[in-house]
Ligand binder design. Structure first.
Ligand code: P71
Length: 889
């Protein structure tokens, strides 16, 4: 099996953990408070914590496992699950759980190693914990082996056996995180141990990295899968010990496994003394469960490839810049002695302190103070994007360039362990490193569907060439919509879990009211279950049958509710909005001349209200300028015409004002947003977009108590209580938190810029897209993409289907199919815009995903001439785009 470099993560982001970005002044203070020892800093004081133990992102199944821990004292189901996982994945017949790797080591020592024994080992780190005990550790690592640098030197091993009684040979997979061992050497050690009556104890905490290394570099191993290699390594040992916080991606925990019933019996008898009971070993039931699920998942070939690719890429970037380092299986281990020779014995801790000062990054050497001058920069598994890692690497490169000006830390307090060190320091005058990247890390991931091309062809045919009818399990990158698809943050989840449910007034309701008022500035706020519910109520209150509702292009649900209330929608958006090639910066603006003409013709009393959408969806996610909002309001207010925003994508619009209007370049997005809302009498919102929640909406009125009263009446009839709008109390809590997170300047910048990045990749390749690129989506112009397909053969529908077949990316048709037929003539409307929308969910995909999408769409572009159109085989009357089915022409 020859495997290629993965192009993007084999998963999407399910939940995120927000990062902190302390200022230089804050970093100085934290550092001084920590005695200039970065071990003592806490994660909220730093941006990127480059340690790999217990810091991995996990799968949603692993996270869910936390809730199925049965916490029984004896014989828990979780233990049984662990037994099965150890048997299935590792191949050992017996397992004894422990509280962690030190618990495992303790059991081995107390059951197998008499006082005064000699333990040969290929790992230096092991000495930290073995040295203080009554054993002699002998380093037997083969220093002459260039590839498998963790191999045991068999001559040295022989010499160790001559030194005294050797009950166990201690071998680490990827010793010290740096030195992989070959399968052949491991076997030789086993033979040697068998001949000498000793046990081979393998520390498999990083067995995956070692197996991957064997797969890539072992002679004749390229066709072996990770699962098989792991099993073979484990079966070569007598006893396996494992740190649950490394490869199995648990937060804590460990295990000992073996095929030898006598050894296992000793472990079971001893585990009750030091750890717990043989069926929980000092772990909570939930940790057992997470560990068991982690063992099953850790051999996933795609995931291993991605994790290892990140490590290689990160290390290579540093190497290319000449940073002195050594290979680590989980990152780059910096040669502090070469980078900061002037710092002498404190070079390691000085490097760590300087890196934190420069960039808020923690890289820390742990355990005992030793002679080797390495600072590990470890990559938490699955938790960071390549872009973030590139920037961490760039921060290190910048530090190395400024190393001359850094003097060593002066010791104030010391001890044999690194956490005991405290220093004093003269802050060097460094040019600080500024991150420009997603201000969150991955907390949990969801595996994505990966089908073959043939399977996708079958799936789209079965779905009638309609991407709405595909199963999400078949989709690799889902760009159908940004609605309800956001990844919630751990803070949102915490609020969600903490909420006390009720069907009367909750604690969350007044908090949510306060959060709405702070975010948007409006006095009366009514929660609804989603956007269309708010549109329904607003339309019923404000529209008299026969009245006109001018708006900046329509949205399907909005227009439908206006019509159901007897209103007539009139499009007054600027002409440029209908031209996919116009590069007007504010294509969402209302054309005031059109509006004036309408009012002049019909009179102000004929106008129900202005339906004014931010970041206009159907126009391609195009923003409205602050001046336009002002002008429209200044014109309407004296005439008594209410202005209502569809503020579904109000934050994205606010960001575009910050980005494009020089007068607002230094204004926080939250302030811009509040100013925008001043130029309206209220709003409807589908909270499933900018509010960073999966469900919820809002109907708000600036100050009109009578409208609010009427709306509350309808809310009680159609939605739920005034205090919940039909939402779960927990969802109210998540909204309140989302309202704070959505106006984080770093977040919204990276969100909109990610969309623009995808647009740029496509545009640069000549793919016809709507310009300028909008805020939430890139819209492909199907008329220019497939000029040979007549609009009544649905080019956008066809293009969306083909993109799925080619790439596994799901997009949405926004053209002739969506617009429908004119009921009077029965003809298709054939709208000016015939588009395919690639919509970017919030906080879910990385820029590597965006590159993968672009590459796929470009492949379709290159073979566009071979594509024919579609015809309906089933055409529903209403909103036909949802359920309609087609066949190829
Ligand atoms: C989008 C959606 C979701 C959607 C709705 C209908 C057909 C296809 C997809 C929903 C919006 C929106 C704007 C500007 C109101 C709603 C309705 N957009 N205004 O873009 O974009 O909100 O779904 O919460 O009821 O995929 P709701």
């Amino acid at each position: 099996m020859s495997r290629s470099t993965p192009v993007s993560e084999p998963h999407k982001i399910k939940t995120v953990r927000l990062l902190s970005f302390p200022t230089l002044e804050e970093r100085k203070k934290h550092l001084a408070d920590a005695g200039f020892n970065v071990f003592r800093l806490t994660p909220s004081q730093l941006s990127f914590d480059m340690v790999s133990g217990g810091t991995s992102a996990v799968s949603q199944e692993q996270l869910a496992g936390q809730l199925v821990g049965d916490e029984a004292y004896a014989g828990s189901r979780n233990f049984e699950k662990l037994q099965r996982a150890v048997h299935d994945i590792l191949g050992h017949g017996y397992v004894c759980p422990t509280h962690g790797i030190l618990g495992s080591t303790k059991l081995i020592l107390s059951t197998m190693v008499p006082a005064g024994s000699v333990i040969p080992s290929n790992g230096r780190d092991r000495m930290d914990v073995l040295a203080p005990r009554d054993v002699t550790v002998v380093d037997v690592r083969d220093r002459s082996e260039p590839v498998f640098t963790g191999n045991v030197d068999l001559e040295a091993l022989e010499a160790a056996f001559a030194q005294g009684s050797v009950p166990v040979v201690d071998v680490q997979a990827f010793a010290d995180g740096q030195h992989p061992i070959s399968l052949r050497n491991l076997r030789a050690v086993r033979d040697f141990a068998d001949r000498h009556g000793a046990r081979l104890v393998l520390d498999g905490s990083r067995i995956i990295e070692n197996a991957w290394y064997i797969q890539r570099h072992g002679v004749g191993r390229a066709d072996r899968d990770i699962r098989g290699l792991v099993r073979e390594m484990v079966k070569t040992s007598h006893v396996l010990q494992m740190d649950g916080a490394q490869d199995p991606k648990a937060s804590a925990g460990g295990l000992l496994s073996t095929d030898n019933p006598a050894d296992h019996e000793h472990f079971m008898n001893e585990v009750v003394v030091f750890e717990g009971l043989h069926t929980y070993g000092g772990m909570a039931g939930r940790t057992l469960e997470v560990l068991a699920r982690g063992l099953e998942e850790m051999v996933d070939e795609d995931e291993v490839d991605w994790v290892m690719h990140q490590t290689e890429r990160f290390t290579q970037r540093l190497r290319d810049a000449g940073v002195p380092l050594e290979r680590g299986c989980d990152g780059a281990y910096l040669r502090a002695d070469q980078i900061l020779p002037q710092a002498g014995a404190s070079a390691r801790d000085t490097l760590s302190a300087a890196l934190y000062l420069l960039a808020g990054v923690r890289a820390v050497a742990m355990h005992r103070r030793g002679s080797e001058g390495l600072v590990p920069v470890q990559i938490p598994r699955l938790a960071l994007t390549n872009e973030q890692l590139d920037q961490v690497a760039d921060a290190i490169i910048s530090l190395v360039a400024q190393a001359d000006g850094i003097t060593g830390l002066q010791v104030v307090e010391e001890g044999p362990w690194r956490d005991q060190m405290a220093y004093h320091w003269v802050f060097p005058d460094l040019d600080p490193f500024e991150f420009d990247t997603f201000p969150y890390q991955v907390h949990t991931v969801e595996r994505v569907g990966v089908l073959t091309r043939g399977q996708r062809e079958k799936a789209i045919r079965a779905a009638g060439y309609n991407t709405f009818l595909l199963s999400s399990a078949d989709v690799t990158i889902d760009l159908l919509t940004d609605s309800g698809t956001s990844a919630m943050s751990t803070d949102q989840w915490a609020a969600y879990d903490a909420a006390r449910p009720t069907s009367a007034t909750s604690d969350e309701y007044p908090r949510l009211m306060k959060a709405f008022k702070e975010a948007l500035g409006y006095q009366f706020n009514l929660p609804t279950h989603q956007g269309r519910a708010a549109e329904h109520i607003l339309s019923q209150i404000l529209i008299q049958p026969g009245q006109l509702v001018p708006g900046n292009m329509y949205f399907t649900t909005t227009k439908l509710h206006q019509e159901l209330a007897g209103g007539v929608f009139v499009d007054v958006i600027v002409d440029e909005a209908h031209d996919p090639e116009s590069d007007h910066p504010w294509k969402g603006n209302i054309d005031l001349a059109k509006l004036r003409a309408l009012v002049d013709e019909h009179g102000a009393e004929k106008i129900a209200y202005i339906s004014f959408e931010h970041s206009v969806n159907m126009a391609g996610g195009q923003p409205v300028s602050m001046d336009n909002m002002k002008e429209v309001y200044a014109y309407c207010a004296p005439l008594g015409i209410p202005v209502f925003f569809d503020a579904t994508r109000c934050v994205e619009n606010a960001y575009m004002i910050q980005f494009r209007d020089p007068r607002y370049a230094d204004t926080p997005v939250g302030d811009i947003l509040r100013e925008m809302m001043v130029y309206g009498d209220g709003c409807t919102v589908s909270g499933k977009k900018d509010f960073l929640i999966n469900i919820g909406g809002l109907l708000a009125f600036r100050d009109n108590a009578e409208w609010a009263r009427q709306a509350q009446e309808l809310l009680r009839v159609y939605e739920g209580q005034v205090t919940d709008g039909g939402l779960a109390v927990a969802d109210l809590a998540a909204i309140a938190r989302g309202l704070e997170e959505m106006v984080d300047d770093r977040y919204i910048h990276t969100r909109v810029q990610q969309t623009r990045y995808l647009g740029r990749l496509l545009h640069d390749a000549g793919v016809p897209i709507v310009t300028p690129v909008g805020t939430h989506a890139v819209f492909l112009d199907a008329k220019r993409f497939l000029p040979h397909v007549d609009q009544d053969e649905y080019p956008a529908q066809r293009l969306a289907a083909e993109i799925f077949v080619e790439t596994g990316v799901r997009a949405m048709e926004r053209g002739n199919v969506s617009k429908g037929r004119n009921p009077a003539t029965g003809e298709n409307y054939r709208p000016a815009l015939e588009l395919v929308r690639l919509t970017i969910p919030r906080r879910v995909y990385t820029n590597d995903h965006m590159r993968a999408v672009a590459e796929g769409v470009i492949r379709v572009w290159e073979k566009r001439e071979s594509l024919r159109g579609l015809r309906f085989v089933y055409e529903p009357e209403k909103l036909r785009f949802f359920q309609g089915r087609f066949e190829l022409l």
